[in-house]
Design a protein around this ligand. Structure first.
Ligand code: GUN
Ligand code: ZN
Length: 436
């Protein structure tokens, strides 16, 4: 039996960052039928009983049907260490992160963490993420196995590190290459899984390892390249010492052959104009991670500079757990708004929801497949609850229009605002006590 969802649906007429009137790009259609077939969205049309005949219809009143959220930067092994106190990036890595990641030599530990992490993503309406595993191939195996079981579209990869980390977390240029290649052969394109070659960041990879990563990326078209970039001032100074010949942090990656379409750089808090220009020209994407940048005191990302209309850079939203503090894209957007405000910018609901859905799909080169509720797209959906809590219900009764409702959800919303999450046409999460 074909299935359908009935309710209000979120759409866009274009990229709000490029529009004269950003708010006008947000397009909500009331009482709509979203028909699903074979894991895809077959039809999106005004509800009428004749159209619904013969379909199994799930009705979501007082809700908004959105594309599943897309998280462009997150570390599943760090779920066990969210909220680690008191350090900036480099000390935080040494004190908390590297000890935690050593646990992933154990496949059973990795399997449990992957289960917890993916369940938490779905509880928050997130259906696609670009995920860092650890240096251990078994951490990647555990992650993809669970994602494949759930049939979620995930991008993930083995971290590459051959220096400046504890011995237990180091590979070598050759071993990192060989292990990543074997994982690509096993997982890239298996069901909905996609592989990201994942040198952690320039300080933990030798020039030889960066070169091997670039070779692997070239040899496997369609794979991704993810790493960290210009997150913290001390990190940037260290990169300058380690790579004195490079013109800057991004230039380390650019010279190594690691910029281009399907390259995703996390953070990019302290980029120069020349570096934004390089991202624009090469099609490299940035992941904006506001809760993490605030938590580690890294700085305030220049979102509206990144998206400048004469040389726009692709930007998606990232939670960056465990330096990030929430799985919720709504909460992450609430912090993105505050970061933009601190820089004098005004992040509307149109901007925000774009960054978490269609804009993120563009950043991940998945336009046409995910990120929109539109025919032919994969049926990954997040159903937001306009009565999620007594406060949300009360506040939204006083909202004038959809833009205000969505903006209030960016401010007040969290996992409780997700009534249901659908993955490839199957309801995979339903909030206890919520209708439908
Ligand atoms: N830079 C290098 N590794 C990491 C990491 O795990 N988290 C964050 N936030 N930044 C990094
Ligand atoms: Zn990160």
């Amino acid at each position: 039996m074909r299935r359908a969802l009935r309710g209000a649906v979120l759409g866009f007429t274009g990229d709000p960052f490029l529009a004269e009137d950003p708010a006008a790009t947000l397009h909500i259609t009331e009482d709509t039928l979203v028909v699903l077939e074979d894991g895809l969205i077959a039809e999106v049309a005004p509800y009428d009983p004749a159209r619904a005949r013969g379909l199994e219809v799930v009705h979501y009143p007082d809700a908004l049907i959105c594309p599943g959220f897309i998280d462009c930067h997150v570390h599943y092994p760090q779920t066990q260490m969210i909220g680690a106190f008191g350090e900036q990036l480099l000390d935080w890595l040494n004190t908390y992160t590297f000890p935690a990641e050593q646990d992933y030599a154990d496949p059973a530990h990795a399997a449990e963490a992957a289960r917890v992490f993916l369940a938490e993503l779905l509880r928050n309406g997130t259906t696609t993420a670009a995920v860092y595993c650890t240096v251990h191939p078994q951490s990647v195996e555990a992650f993809f196995a669970e994602s494949h079981r759930l049939n979620t579209r995930m991008i993930a990869g083995k971290v590459l590190m051959d220096r400046n980390a504890p011995d237990a977390l180091l590979d070598t240029a050759e071993r990192g290459y060989a292990e990543s290649k074997a994982l690509i052969e096993r997982w890239h394109g298996t069901g909905r899984q996609l592989y990201a070659i994942t040198p952690r960041f320039a300080p933990t990879s030798s020039p030889a390892q960066l070169a091997a990563a670039a070779r692997l990326w070239r040899e496997h078209p369609g794979t991704y390249l993810q790493t960290h970039l210009s997150e913290n001032k001390a990190e940037i100074a260290w990169v300058r010492e380690l790579f004195p010949e490079a013109g800057g942090y991004l230039d380390v990656y650019h010279r190594a052959g690691l910029t281009g379409r399907r390259a995703i750089f996390g953070h990019a808090v302290h980029l120069s104009e020349a570096e934004f220009g390089c991202c624009h020209r090469t099609g490299s994407a940035l992941a904006h991670c506001p809760t993490s940048n605030l938590f580690l005191g890294s700085g305030l990302f220049r979102l509206f500079d990144a998206k400048r209309r004469d040389r726009p850079v692709c930007v998606g939203l990232g939670t960056d757990l465990g330096a990030g503090t929430s799985f919720s894209q709504l909460r992450t957007l609430g912090e993105a708004y505050k970061v933009a405000r601190a820089r004098g910018g005004r992040l509307t609901a149109a901007h925000g929801f774009w960054l978490a859905t269609a804009g993120a799909a563009e950043a991940l080169d998945l336009t046409g497949r995910i990120g929109r509720v539109a025919p032919g797209h994969e049926a990954d959906l997040a159903v937001l609850d306009l009565k999620a809590t007594p406060l949300v219900e009360y506040r939204l009764r006083h909202a004038r229009d959809w833009a205000e409702r969505l903006f209030v959800l960016m401010t007040l919303g969290d996992d409780r605002a997700v009534r249901a999450t659908w993955v490839a046409g199957i309801p995979r999460y339903r909030r206890e006590g919520a209708g439908a």
